[in-house]
Ligand binder design. Structure first.
Ligand code: FEO
Length: 183
């Protein structure tokens, strides 16, 4: 008896999306390390936390594929791009990456609609919702930087922005915050 409830094409698209989320996590991780090295510990903190959130997205898709009886294929993650040239470049690249990710998710929504796979369509609504929040978050970073002077932001404004991001809350949990009661 075939218990696989995902079509071959949707299973492939979801597996690819898992790798996309893993790569997003690597990009945030890599840019976070760059920011820390440049002395922006607030921006680094924000990016590291977001790297964890991207891993959570990857896990959520992995769990969905398994729940539908299909096979998970963990693939190699393409390397993140080179280090950003500035904070402005960093935030612009993050926004562009989120937009690309949204486009990939829209393809899954379209496929699930065409295949009348309503379970995947419903699941993909969560992904769309999440992406809308992610794009807003990246846009907010660019807006904050715009107020600080955009690409020409001086060190004092960047310092204030960095302190601001240090305190900003995030949904993701860092490894050191995890406990047995709150895994
Ligand atoms: Fe999971 Fe930022 O997309």
């Amino acid at each position: 008896m075939n218990t696989n409830r995902l079509s071959k094409s949707l299973a492939a698209a979801l597996n690819t999306q898992m790798t996309n989320e893993a790569r997003a996590s690597e990009i945030y991780l890599s840019f976070g390390a760059w920011a820390e090295h440049e002395g922006f510990s607030g921006i680094a903190n924000f990016l590291f936390r977001h790297a964890q959130e991207e891993r959570n997205h990857m896990m959520k898709i992995l769990e969905y594929i398994l729940k539908r009886g299909a096979e998970v294929q963990v693939s190699a993650i393409p390397a993140p791009p080179e280090n950003p040239k500035s904070v402005h470049d960093c935030f612009e690249q993050i926004f562009a990456h989120e937009v690309d990710n949204t486009k990939a998710i829209y393809k899954i929504v379209k496929m699930s609609l065409e295949e009348e796979d309503w379970a995947t369509w419903s699941f993909s609504q969560w992904l769309v919702q999440e992406q809308t929040e992610e794009e807003t978050l990246a846009l907010n970073l660019l807006d904050k930087l715009k107020i600080a002077g955009g690409a020409k932001a001086g060190s004092e404004s960047l310092y204030t922005l960095d302190r601001d991001l240090e305190q900003s809350p995030d949904d993701a949990t860092l490894a050191q915050d995890v406990t047995a009661e709150n895994p």
